[in-house]
Ligand binder design. Structure first.
Ligand SMILES: NC(=O)c1ccc[n+]([C@@H]2O[C@H](COP(=O)([O-])OP(=O)(O)OC[C@H]3O[C@@H](n4cnc5c(N)ncnc54)[C@H](OP(=O)(O)O)[C@@H]3O)[C@@H](O)[C@H]2O)c1
Length: 218
């Protein structure tokens, strides 16, 4: 069983992932920043730890993650401003890499973004900045010596989750429910032999277990 530290544990993907991990017997530490969120995480079976990624140093992040052997980064500024996007989506994963180094943690899962996201819409500078920061984070993670997985889901929805996906190093762009992303992440965390891979993810017909097994064989 893994001890998983989730950065973004109160978010759409993070909270769903935390619940799934707890239900299958893993220990989960969830980072939160608003006092009222602690009770929600406790109710879900996670151990809440307070901290704000913008202010936290890698040392403080390591203190929060103490006891973990896996880090999941699924936090995001969610369109709350360019500087916050830089500090959370862009700089956050690098802090997580440093914290992992302090603690001897080797496994890091980063929820990133699908490169083709938003291409069909009018270009807005905030979104372009977000995509550039997501890529900057991917580069930092891929250059680290950790056993990382970069997951790039398509556009996220709050529809009901599914147990099937399309998943692979290069797939066509599409949407996917946050619950399905959480299920896919859960399956990946339970399959540590899938590592040092960039994985694109959308709704699709392949059972998650089969999709993850195919990655492992590949
Ligand atoms: N929206 C899309 O279509 C899309 C597509 C692909 C990938 N993604 C990425 O997928 C990931 C998960 O998305 P989501 O929809 O689950 O995101 P979300 O619901 O917006 O959750 C974001 C999480 O980040 C946390 N966070 C924000 N600022 C923070 C800070 N300063 N310190 C610590 N935590 C902070 C939030 O905490 P609070 O609860 O305190 O706000 C929340 O837990 C994000 O990285 C997102 O960029 C999104």
């Amino acid at each position: 069983m893994a001890n998983v530290f989730i950065i973004g544990a109160t978010g759409g993907v993070g909270r769903r992932l935390g619940r799934l991990l707890v239900q299958s017997g893993h220990r989960v530490i969830g980072l939160y920043r608003k006092p009222e969120q602690a009770a929600d995480l406790t109710e879900d079976g996670m151990s809440p730890v307070e901290g704000d990624m913008i202010e936290m140093t890698p040392d403080q992040l390591a203190d929060a993650a103490r006891g973990a052997d896996v880090i999941v980064f699924t936090a995001g500024a969610a369109g709350s401003g360019l500087d916050r996007t830089t500090a959370i989506d862009g700089d956050g994963p690098a802090k997580a890499i440093e914290a992992a180094g302090h603690l001897g943690i080797t496994r890091l899962y980063l929820v990133s973004a699908f490169p083709e996201a938003g291409r069909q819409r009018e270009r807005k500078s905030g979104f372009e900045h977000y995509m550039a920061e997501k890529k900057r984070a991917d580069v930092a993670v891929a250059a680290s010596d950790l056993d990382w997985v970069i997951l790039r889901p398509g556009t996220l929805t709050d529809e009901e989750g599914r147990d099937t996906v399309t998943m692979g190093p290069a797939i066509m762009y599409g949407a996917i429910a946050r619950e399905t992303v959480a299920r896919a992440l859960h399956a990946l965390i339970e399959q540590p032999s899938v590592r040092r891979e960039i994985i694109e993810l959308t709704d699709g017909p392949t059972p998650i277990k089969e999709a993850v097994a195919a990655l492992r064989q590949g």
